[in-house]
Design a protein around this ligand. Structure first.
Ligand code: NAP
Length: 306
């Protein structure tokens, strides 16, 4: 059964999706925001945010709640349901829900985000926010003057290790192979920073807690076991875009992210992608909000002109 006919359906009520909803509602458009889990997305997993303008310090959960309250006060229609699939019917977008209902929209904004790849260690989830982090920009300041480890050998791991070295007493970068995937200029930069130690050919085997917080990590380097003191463990081993349901549309790149133009349009007319699901380098709360605003404004203008 096909339901309703919306100007715009937004999938994902994270920062970018909620920002799009606010702008679209201000433009008087008939929009529906679909969320499969908890509104707020990745931001709700950040303990303290100190880089979102207007808030000197705010918890991720609090910021997400404030955004959701704003969306609700604007009377944006919100549907809590998982999306199973998206189909095209001429110019219309058919959003198939996991209970087989179908929603029809002229335009679609995909704001489903990405999740950091996990190491898969037994205490990883329990210690997230208690030493384990996936965002140095968000959480680095909490480890000022302390000893931390960074896991990974790509651009993100090296960039974040360099950033953390300016805040922390010592940064130990641990990579599972000898060669780094990261760009050579980042590898060169590492060599000139005194408080970064690099350990290669090593795997993290255990996160060790003391009084409910991370205190050490255990590594296996070529069959030698070592415990490294660390109050922070920053894991940067790649990200997984939440685009499985859209892959058949042909809008994703090899890694599953969605390339867009500067207006956030994908290669299909009327389908936009915003926030961390988009192919881009910088993923911050403020850039997610920016993407959401740009897509909504562009879309509103196109609907008025058509
Ligand atoms: P990435 O390039 O995919 O690197 C992931 C790193 O994590 C690799 O070193 C990989 O090791 C390691 N890894 C993966 N799974 C692991 C596991 N289970 N245990 C231990 N290590 C594991 O990810 P990224 O650094 O987040 O970068 C993502 C993309 O964004 C890349 O295309 C990157 O170039 C781009 N980016 C660009 C910039 C920039 O240009 N300034 C900045 C950030 C990101 P192996 O090498 O052994 O596979």
């Amino acid at each position: 059964m096909k339901e309703n006919n919306y100007d715009v359906v937004i999938i994902g009520a994270g920062v970018s999706g909620m920002t799009s909803a606010i702008y679209l509602k201000h433009s008087g458009l008939n929009c529906l925001l679909i969320e499969g889990e908890t509104p707020g997305g990745q931001v709700t997993k950040t303990i303290t945010i100190t880089n979102y303008p207007g808030f000197k310090s705010i918890t991720g959960a609090e910021l997400a709640t404030k955004m959701l309250t704003q969306v609700k006060e604007l009377e944006v229609e919100i549907l809590y349901q998982k999306v199973a699939n998206v189909k095209l019917d001429q110019n219309m977008k058919i959003i198939v829900l996991d209970d087989n209902r179908e929603i029809v929209a002229k335009n679609l904004i995909i704001a489903t985000g990405r999740t950091p790849r996990k190491l898969g260690l037994s205490k990883e989830e329990k210690l997230t926010g208690r030493g384990v982090s996936y965002c140095a920009t968000c959480d680095g300041a909490l480890f000022k003057g302390e000893e931390v480890v960074v896991i990974g050998g790509g651009d993100t791991a090296l960039e974040e290790a360099i950033y953390l070295s300016s805040l922390c007493k010592k940064v130990t970068l641990i990579h599972r192979r000898e060669e780094f995937r990261a760009k050579s200029y980042l590898q060169d930069e590492l060599k000139y920073i005194d408080n970064i130690e690099v350990i290669t050919n090593a795997n993290v085997t255990e996160l060790i807690e003391t009084d409910g917080k991370l205190s050490h990590i255990r590594i296996n380097k070529e069959n030698e076991i070592e415990n490294i003191p660390a109050t922070g463990c920053f894991i940067f081993i790649g990200y997984i875009p939440q685009t499985d349901h859209f892959s058949y549309l042909g809008i994703t790149n090899e890694e599953g992210f969605i390339p867009t133009n500067a207006n956030m349009e994908t290669n299909i007319k009327g389908i936009y992608a915003v926030g961390d699901v988009r192919e881009k380098e910088i993923c911050q709360i403020v850039t997610a909000a920016s993407d959401g605003a740009i897509a909504a404004i562009h879309l509103s203008k196109s609907l008025i002109e058509s």
